[in-house]
Design a protein. Sequence first.
Length: 359
Amino acid sequence: MSLQAIIYNEDKLLVLDQLLLPYERKYISVSNVEDAFAVIKKMQVRGAPAIAIVAALSVAVGLKHLSEDADAKEYVINSFEHLKQSRPTAVNLFETAKFMQGIALQEGKNCRNKIIQEAERMLVKDLEDNHNIGTAGRKFLLQHYKDKDKLTVLTHCNTGSLATSGYGTALGIIRSLHESGNLEHAYCTETRPYNQGSRLTAFELVHDKIPATLVTDSTVASIMHKIDAIVVGADRVTRNGDTANKIGTYNLAILAKHFGKPFIVAAPFSSIDTSLASGSQITIEQRPPIEMTTITGPIITDSNSRNLEDPKRVRISIAAPGIDVYSPAFDVTPANLITAIATEKGFYTQQTNNKYDFS
């Protein structure tokens, strides 16, 4: 059974604190919009689909506790305006806000039940979509490698159950290959500076007993001869196919192109932002310097052991004091480096004009 990052039951919302993984599993209660803003901003919950779902469900929970005399329309509109400020790059949150605010404007003060129903529907639909994304990516890769029964795939950051309602997008493709008996091996990058690969993706792969190996971000070129494909997620895909994803994705796309290997983006259709013509229009979030200049984790017994001496997390400095830091959370991969984009509707490839048609 896959891990659950989001647990929702009627008027109760819990999110798995991903800053404590892989050493400790602790759920945080999200009882209002302010709680949701905090867990999204602090990256206690992350991944474009999961962020949008937590935002929507937090508004739903808030509505359930809102007095009957309160203006539900105003509450919904103001709540989503506030939540949009938590993280600016992932389009899913903005599309969800636009959709929910539209309902509020249409239904007026009587929007309460409709908003709650739509938020709950998002949770169910995302899981279904993730399975379909996994299937689409698996079918594309098996069609590409018709002479191979088993494939070795590398992924970046975390795009699994912890980034979605369950199963995952790019990691969903790896899960789908594994379930069908077509996965030889998976590699995951550590994904500096926040280490989502070593902390979260590796955690999921071990949990699901998928054969996998963790590598540093700088190791990938040296193992590309072993890799059949690279699969990554997306926080925003523009009309021409340019894709914003975790910092380091662009590097991997260049490597895949150089070595002639497929580079697959996996994302729900809601991550495609047709209002933006190209990646140059995407706002890239900048992260605090401390995330690069320090590292956090528990103390181990000795250098050759993974046994924990003290489960309490400590923060250690790993950079020269006073050095300037540039730490964008995302980079933009040009469409011409992307082999295919796998969505719940199937996979998309470049047209003859080297652009994607998402119509």
